[in-house]
Design a protein around this ligand. Structure first.
Ligand SMILES: Nc1nc(=O)c2c([nH]1)NC[C@@H]1CN(c3ccc(C(=O)N[C@@H](CCC(=O)O)C(=O)O)cc3)CN21
Ligand SMILES: CC(C)C(=O)C(=O)O
Ligand SMILES: [Mg+2]
Length: 269
């Protein structure tokens, strides 16, 4: 497993960091086997595998359930798990309890928090929980901001730069920047010492993250501009249709799938 220190070194040596979501055992195994540097158990699982139309319905228990499965599939990959909507921003005590529970139960290497929650990041650092910050388009705020590109005005860009510097100062170990202009992302990556991972943030960040189900066309239809398709899981549906037809036609199970031991007495009538 790459340690945080090695990920920092990758930034210093301009070796790009790859990150991909995985929310269950088989996909985590695949991501680990592919040699991807970091697994993100993202709350995007609410949309991609739970069928919600936003991430705000995902619970802490959902995150724990999926992260534990991903952990079993990828014991040897640096794993980050999202703090879901409603687990951050209530009170210091509540927030810390959620952070501790998520970190310890999932055995993730780090937790990820949307927005510049500086005190929470500081408190986590103080007790030893590595925090990845997530700025720019923060999908848990969809009800307020929508899914539009962030940091487009001078003021918004300046605010984002200040937030990025502040989360680093507060102790964040990494930063995810989502859906912002590429030159702004490049500027932030250059100003920060911690690795900056982009999604829809251009090629000059220290690494990239995408959603497994988007990349493989696995049950996702709408796709943001930043998604590149690398594979096609859709033919799976054809296989299921064939199975259905073969059951109907008694072509399945054929000889090779049948246990043949003569135990019933032959009826000689
Ligand atoms: N499958 C999936 N992939 C993701 O990348 C993802 C999720 N789900 N769920 C959580 C968030 C939501 N994300 C999204 C969702 C939609 C857009 C989108 O439609 N963006 C528009 C921009 C439109 C504008 O600027 O006005 C686009 O065309 O890219 C972007 C990010 C990223 N995350
Ligand atoms: C899109 C990435 C960054 C994320 O937060 C998620 O998958 O939930
Ligand atoms: Mg997320």
């Amino acid at each position: 497993m790459k340690k945080l220190k090695e990920l920092m070194t990758m930034k210093q040596e301009s070796i790009k960091i790859s990150m991909m979501t995985a929310y269950d055992y088989p996909s985590a195994r695949q991501v680990e086997e592919a040699g991807i540097d970091i697994i993100l158990v993202g709350d995007s699982l609410g949309m991609t595998v739970l069928g919600y139309d936003s991430t705000v319905y995902v619970t802490l228990d959902d995150m724990i359930h999926h992260a534990k499965a991903a952990r079993r599939g990828a014991p040897d990959t640096y794993m980050v798990v999202d703090m879901p909507f409603g687990s951050v921003g209530i009170s210091d005590e509540q927030d810390m309890k959620c952070a501790i529970t998520l970190y310890s139960e999932t055995k993730a290497e780090a937790i990820k928090i949307e927005g510049a929650h500086l005190e929470l990041i500081e408190k986590c650092r103080l007790i030893g929980i590595p925090v990845v910050s997530h700025l720019g388009l923060t999908p848990q705020s969809v009800g307020i901001t929508g899914y539009s590109v962030h940091g487009k005005s001078k003021e918004a860009a300046e605010q984002l730069i200040q937030d990025a510097l502040a989360v680093e100062r507060a102790g964040a170990v990494m930063l995810v920047l989502e859906a912002i202009p590429s030159d702004l992302a490049a500027h932030i990556a250059e100003r920060l010492k911690i690795p900056v991972i982009g999604i829809g943030a251009g090629v000059e960040t220290d690494g990239q993250v995408l959603v497994y189900h988007d990349v493989l066309q696995y049950g996702t239809e709408r796709k943001p501009k930043f998604v590149k398709i690398y594979g096609d899981f859709r033919p799976g549906i054809e296989a299921l249709k064939t199975y259905h037809e073969e059951v109907r036609a008694e072509r399945f199970p054929s000889e090779e799938y049948i246990y043949k031991v003569q135990i019933m007495e032959k009826n000689n009538d």
